[in-house]
Design a protein around this ligand. Structure first.
Ligand SMILES: C[S@@+](CC[C@H](N)C(=O)[O-])C[C@H]1O[C@@H](n2cnc3c(N)ncnc32)[C@H](O)[C@@H]1O
Length: 456
């Protein structure tokens, strides 16, 4: 194996100044230009670190002590912040988080898209950046004779028992605790991953943010749920207002949470929620945005950027359950949505019907294959909205957009790096990026979404 060239050795203890924060929330300390990534520090802080791992071109170190700290540093309010790994920025003020996310987007728009003159607006953050998630799913296990439910400890499958998660809706905490207690009281054994024995594997809680409807999902290894009727009664008694209790069966030895079989034990098969004035039916397995408050902010921006007057043909590529399509349909002449997951397309069609929307059509398939076929059939969109997964748009789709020449492209992105890469392709093909608006969908974590608008 080639020897790694680095100016430091494993176990070296160094005094450093941190200069930057990576998109994963790790601080960067450079030694003779060689970057070391360190958890728990912030830019401009100084302190002692111990080198733990060396790679070609970069390494890792652990923080021993901080010497000078910055005003952006706060005490993380969550008691299991260091162990859990679900949040990465709780040790930073919310203002500091928004500034960091802005820099992240600005940086790639400058460096990768090569658009230093394009305005990137300040990040649209939340008034209250806590308790925003509408879906919680946690593993269940046994620890010292007690049933525990919580999150996997960083880089392990040890379950941290927790009674609250500060980014989850309060009712999700309640549902998880009560389901755990009721199952324990009725002799339901938690799943033992090592021996592939036991019953209860995961608990999921879903909340309809605007309707207050609540769903509890028990993921079990066996189809049979011991003391089923007592469990249903126990959960209903313990959680007044619950509207749906569902069982999902996953008999496999796997890290995948859900199995293929889902049945409603009591109540409704779905809960409902609203984004703007569009109603969505959400089943146990449906994909649905997890931060409903900021989803409305993000889609509101996409709608504003699309500038619809009612006469436009719109394509929504990577449409999921049609959230953006249905949000736009009320202001457009026609909307065509395409999505790779057939079940999501079924949900999109149901949600269109639920809202009496008749000018939205949906097709299952790859955006990069379906949209060129639509083009051949003579469909000429005025606006194309794309909301791809983290890897960004397929190049074949970008080339089709350049051929179709819609007046506007609205790009919704969960990964600034691939957004910037794709903006460059569209710019080289003749589009102009007018502005970029980052939106904070996931406070306390390092993720940032952004929406950009391009015109011809
Ligand atoms: C970031 S999500 C956006 C979902 C939706 N716009 C929303 O806001 O709920 C990206 C979606 O793209 C879908 N997807 C991934 N690759 C795809 C492809 N090649 N063609 C079409 N859809 C794809 C995923 O299944 C996922 O639903």
């Amino acid at each position: 194996m080639a020897k790694i060239q680095a100016p430091v050795k494993i176990k070296d203890v160094l005094y450093v100044t941190f200069t930057d924060l990576t998109h994963e929330g790790k601080a960067v300390a450079k030694v003779e230009g060689y970057p070391l990534f360190v958890e728990g520090a912030l830019p401009d802080e100084t302190g002692e670190i111990e080198v733990t791992k060396l790679n070609k071109g970069y390494g890792f170190a652990k923080l021993i002590r901080l010497d000078q700290i910055v005003p952006e540093r706060v005490v993380p309010p969550c008691s299991v912040y260091d162990e859990c790994g679900g949040c990465q920025l709780q040790h930073m003020t919310y203002e500091g988080q928004l500034k960091m996310k802005y820099n992240q987007v600005r940086n790639v728009i400058d460096r990768i898209a090569k658009l230093p003159d394009v305005p990137v607006h300040p990040v649209l953050g939340m008034e209250d950046p806590w308790r925003y998630r509408n879906k919680a799913q946690v593993p269940v296990g046994m620890n010292s004779g007690h049933i525990v439910a919580g999150f996997y400890k960083k880089r392990s499958h040890d379950i941290i028992d927790m009674t609250e998660c500060l980014i989850q809706h309060e009712q999700s905490d309640n549902i998880i605790q009560k389901v755990k207690d009721v199952c324990a009281a009725n002799g339901v054994m938690p799943y033992d991953e090592q021996r592939h024995k036991g019953v209860l594997r995961h608990v999921m809680a879903r909340i309809g943010y605007t309707t207050g409807e609540m769903m509890a999902v028990l993921v079990t290894r066996t189809a049979e749920l011991p003391n089923k009727e007592a469990i249903i009664k126990g959960i209903r008694d313990a959680i007044p207002g619950i509207t749906s209790i569902v069982q999902n069966v996953n008999p496999d030895k796997t890290n995948v949470i859900f199995g293929n079989q889902t049945r409603t034990l009591w109540g409704e098969d779905v809960i409902y929620d609203l984004i703007g004035d569009v109603k969505f039916a959400i089943s146990a397995r449906s994909f649905y945005q997890v931060n409903p408050v900021q989803t409305e902010v993000l889609y509101g921006k996409a709608l504003e950027f699309a500038g619809l007057t009612g006469d436009e043909v719109v394509i929504d590529a990577y449409c999921g359950i049609g959230t953006i399509s249905l949000f736009l349909a009320k202001k457009a002449k026609e909307v065509y949505g395409v999505e790779i997951v057939p079940q999501a397309i079924e949900d999109a069609k149901k949600n269109a019907a639920l809202n009496g929307i008749t000018n939205a059509q949906f097709q299952a398939g790859k955006a990069e294959e379906v949209i060129p076929a639509w083009y051949k059939q003579g469909i000429r969109p005025d606006v194309i909205v794309v909301d791809p997964p983290r890897k960004g748009c397929d190049d074949a789709l970008l080339q089709t957009i350049l051929e179709m020449k819609p007046k506007k492209v609205v790009y919704v992105s969960c990964n600034p790096g691939t957004l910037a890469r794709d903006l460059r392709v569209l710019e080289d093909g003749g589009y102009k990026t007018c502005e970029v608006q980052p939106v904070d969908m996931f406070p306390q974590t390092t993720h940032v979404e952004a929406v950009a608008v391009l015109t011809l």
